[in-house]
Write a protein that binds this ligand. Structure first.
Ligand code: BEZ
Ligand code: FE
Length: 308
């Protein structure tokens, strides 16, 4: 093989033939075509479609950036580190998907928000299946530290009819910006579920949400730092609302006026989900005559579910 031929083989961006030459190819395009064609035998049509698109886009990325071998090796090192730090309660790949906006893009593709129902946003890594149940007007804090916040609203369908008995899951970080599952004590706090009443109404005590950083002591945190990006999430309360015959809603309510609304590290903020949290001085009577020593807040979040 002459030097000239070698240069042609590794440097060309020729269009290739894509004629199914097996695994042998010379040009960059032929390589891509061959890898795409290698999935032609897959019986699962959707798997074939997704894998072939993945190969086409990944190869296009390598060609566009003229990725060096050292850079690809660093990327594999990054993914390896993400794997090593991942546990049942620390999901670095969810964080990576979130900070790259892939989680929110998947939400956008699947939950287009047709203008009538409440918009969706990112689930995040801290949802827990079996949260404690509370009565209407109960407190989700369960010992978590923070300023009390009275949250109330309705669950209705897109025609304005109440959705009685809708199951409402809520979870949030404490005043130190930590979710219960980030502590070692195994206690559930700052999360609960409750059921809407016969009129679709709900109410509960929570903690006034405060901004907090996503876990940033691992590879994703280092990536954000390298990019000069903030790890902070805009203050929010998570909701997952389910009812038979309705599409499950996964969303947040965000606190109006917070400066981090414009720099949410996972791109989760939607204007329609931002609500004022009214501040009340110590001694102001609460809707349920609860005795509170300090200040508290209140907010309203009316939820609209779309039928399945
Ligand atoms: C959260 O809101 O809990 C969250 C979302 C994405 C990444 C990390 C945390
Ligand atoms: Fe959160």
């Amino acid at each position: 093989m002459t030097e000239t031929t070698e240069t042609t083989r590794t440097g060309t961006t020729g269009t290739g033939t894509g004629t199914g030459t097996g695994t042998r190819g010379t040009t960059e395009q032929e390589l891509t075509d061959n890898v795409v064609a290698s999935f032609d035998t897959a019986k699962d049509e959707r798997f074939r479609e997704v894998m072939q698109a993945l190969v086409r886009h990944a190869h296009a990325f390598v060609r566009e950036t003229r990725l060096t071998e050292a850079e690809w090796s660093a990327a594999i090192g990054f993914l390896t580190a993400a794997g090593h730090i991942t546990t049942d309660t620390r999901q670095e790949f969810v964080l990576l998907s979130d900070v790259l906006g892939i989680s929110m893009l998947t939400v956008a593709v699947n939950e287009p928000g047709l203008g009538e129902s409440t918009e969706s946003t990112v689930l995040g890594p801290f949802f827990v299946q079996d949260s404690p149940e509370i009565d209407l007007g109960g407190d989700i804090a369960g010992g978590a530290k923070g300023e009390p916040s009275w949250v109330a609203g309705t669950v209705k369908d897109t025609d304005g009819n109440p959705v009685p008995g809708a199951r409402i899951e809520v979870w949030e970080a404490d005043d130190d910006g930590m979710y219960d599952v980030q502590y070692d004590d195994g206690a559930l706090a700052g999360r609960a579920h409750l059921f809407a009443d016969t009129e679709g109404r709900y109410r509960f005590w929570a903690l006034t949400p405060t901004p907090y950083p996503i876990p940033d002591d691992g590879p994703v945190g280092r990536l954000l730092q390298h990019a000069g990006r903030s790890p902070m999430r805009a203050p929010h309360l998570h909701f997952k609302v389910t009812a038979p015959g309705f599409h499950t809603l996964i969303t947040h309510m965000f606190v109006a006026g917070d400066p981090t609304l414009d720099s949410d590290s996972v791109f989760g903020v939607k204007e329609s989900l931002v609500r004022p949290f009214d501040r009340h001085r110590p001694g102001t009577p609460t809707p349920d005559s609860r005795q509170l020593e300090g200040p508290w807040t209140s907010a309203r979040f009316d939820i609209v579910l779309r039928k399945e």
